[in-house]
Design a protein around this ligand. Structure first.
Ligand code: THU
Length: 132
């Protein structure tokens, strides 16, 4: 199975568990690391709306908890007719763990609709070298 297909399957599974009683907009995410490990996430909303978290944030947190810090490819999926891409905050989160080759798949219930490089979605970003 191609990587994108596997990520789609995993992200759809995670999306089923999305907790979105306020927006009713369920999102699933799945990422694969260079080691070939897959981590998933789903949006988890909160009655205090800003406390909710995006699907991508969940997948990234799971990756970090799993001891990895590199995203080779990441996919997000929602039931949307419009092309759904990661929100601005999630693009910044993805940037932290990406390189120029990292692929971002935008998918809906029909499958992957478009593939991006991060630089296409976030051409200019805050990325100071503060690791000192
Ligand atoms: N959402 C995500 O999970 N990822 C995104 O990149 C965009 C938005 C979620 C947050 C919220 O639970 C719902 O979609 C509606 O904004």
């Amino acid at each position: 199975m191609a990587v994108a297909e596997t990520l789609l399957k995993k992200a759809l599974e995670a999306r089923k568990n999305a907790y979105a009683p306020y927006s009713h907009f369920k999102v699933g995410a799945a990422l694969v690391t260079p080691k070939g490990h897959i981590y998933v996430g789903a949006n988890a909303e909160n009655v205090s709306y800003p406390c909710g978290t995006c699907a991508e944030a969940g997948a990234i947190a799971a990756m970090v908890a799993g001891g990895e810090t590199k995203i080779a490819e990441i996919l997000i999926v929602a039931d949307s007719k419009e092309l759904i891409v990661p929100c601005g905050a999630c693009l910044q989160r993805i940037l932290e763990f990406s390189n120029k080759k990292t692929k971002i798949y935008a998918a809906n219930m029909k499958g992957v609709q478009k593939t991006f490089r991060l630089s296409e979605l976030l051409p200019v970003a805050f990325n100071e070298d503060l690791k000192k």
